[in-house]
Design a protein around this ligand. Structure first.
Ligand code: NAD
Length: 410
């Protein structure tokens, strides 16, 4: 089952449990609109290469669409659609005035120069400019995009509209209206979810063994926060392999040595595979890399007591069932990784009001939002005796369905 189909399966179940008719599912099972664009880019060698990109807007009943832009060779239209649906759910779970959006370009930024990336980023904004904007659809970073790319995109959009538009995009550098705390927001949110989940399971974070798959924006800062909380990060990985030390890895050293694509294991000889990493002895496992990592094939071998999904879609539905039956607490992506969009919302609010907050204010507000969201999902899962994924979907879809009904769409 691909990501889109598995998301649709859970949305259907969530809407049925909430008592909605089939028509609501028909509305929400697919994005309202998906734009496919072709972006010609003059490469450094003088040749023109044409890239394909997408922007998907799942639903805008609650407010403008919001969601990141991914640069990756394996981007597909279905993946972008599924990611935009997840953004709607996240916005619902943390109660933001947004619907979900997502964008992607099929490209490999690791093989492109700085100038080629700039031309591609600006070309993408020109191609999608008709359907995005501070009150329509607000992009942000995702896999292999960063604050520099957001800065070029904001500049391009502002030139097209002929006025400064910081609220067009989030995840910008601080100098261009970015928010304090945005860079580490996703990891901070995952950390709060880990802490809340550990409390419910009676696990002390001090000394707990943590394994993190992925050492990019989400995984590396999360490892640092876990390390600072007194946990022992015994395993980390990147696209090329994994590192394991039962006594705990030197996270500060690894953070210092990782490159901007979250690669660090190439510096070591004695690596293990990502497959082995996921099955290590530990208390808390955090997939923070890519989709479909915990499947029916390896779910029986997971040793962790808590799995917290920092990545989008790392666990298949079959694996979710196996983990739940085995009594493992799974905190789903749409809840665990919602810290990023929450602080993106804070950034947009600050841009709109032209008044900026301190990092302490941002973290304090994020903490309150996520603790409440976790409790809402956890208590629903307990009272309805359902897994946390289904509970999160029920919480996430509710406001969007209600807003669609009030607007008279269904
Ligand atoms: P990133 O590009 O900064 O880092 C990705 C990490 O995953 C890198 O360490 C990379 O080497 C590793 N990786 C790539 N392919 C891999 C593979 N096949 N096997 C193992 N590791 C691999 O990305 P990120 O921003 O940290 O995002 C990671 C995940 O978290 C994605 O699923 C993303 O959608 C999700 N997420 C990120 C944010 C955010 O604000 N950054 C917010 C919500 C969700």
């Amino acid at each position: 089952m691909n990501l889109l189909h598995s998301t649709q399966t859970v949305i259907k179940e969530a809407l049925e449990k909430l008592g909605y008719q089939e028509a609501m599912y028909e509305l929400l099972k697919e994005p309202l609109r998906v734009l496919t664009v072709r972006i010609p880019v003059r490469m450094d060698n003088g040749e023109v290469k044409v890239f394909t990109g997408y922007r998907s807007q799942h639903n805008d009943a609650v407010g403008p669409a919001k969601g990141g832009i991914r640069f990756h060779p394996e981007v597909t239209e279905d993946e972008v659609k599924a990611l935009s649906i997840w953004m709607s759910l996240k916005a619902g779970i943390v109660d933001l005035p947004y619907g979900g959006g997502k964008g992607g370009i099929i490209c490999d930024p690791r093989e492109m120069s700085f100038r080629e990336l700039e031309r591609l980023s600006r070309g993408y904004v020109r191609a999608i400019s008709q359907i995005v904007g501070p009150t329509k659809d607000i992009p942000a970073p995702d896999v292999f995009t960063n604050s520099q790319i957001m800065a070029w995109m904001m500049d391009e959009y502002s030139r097209i509209r002929e006025f400064d538009s910081p609220g067009f995009i989030t995840g910008k550098p601080i100098a261009l209206g970015g928010s304090h705390g945005r860079e580490t927001a996703t990891a901070k949110g995952v950390t709060i979810c880990i802490r809340e989940a550990a409390k419910r399971r009676g696990i002390q974070l001090e000394g707990a063994r943590v394994v993190v798959q992925g050492f990019g924006n989400a995984g590396s800062y999360l490892s640092k926060f876990m390390h600072d909380a007194g946990a022992k990060v015994v395993g980390i990985s990147d696209a090329y392999g994994a590192l394991y030390d039962p006594n705990g890895l030197d996270i500060d050293y690894l953070l210092d040595r990782r490159d901007s694509f979250g690669t660090v294991t190439k510096l070591f000889n004695n690596t293990i595979s990502n497959k082995e990493l996921l099955e290590l002895e530990c208390d808390i496992l955090v997939p923070a890399a890519i989709e479909n990592q915990i499947t029916a094939e390896n779910a029986h071998n997971i040793k962790a007591q808590i799995v917290v999904e920092a990545a989008n879609g790392p666990t298949t539905l079959e694996a979710t069932k196996i983990l739940t039956e085995r009594g493992i607490l799974l905190v789903p992506d749409v809840l665990a990784s919602s810290g990023g969009v929450t602080v993106s919302y804070f950034e947009w609010v600050q841009n709109n009001q032209g008044y900026y907050w301190s990092e302490e204010e941002v973290i304090d507000k994020l903490e309150k939002v996520l603790v409440k969201a976790f409790e809402n999902v956890y208590s629903l899962a307990q009272t309805r005796r359902i897994d946390m994924r289904l509970a999160a979907y029920m919480v996430g879809v509710r406001k969007m369905a209600e807003a669609s009904r009030f607007r008279g769409w269904v």
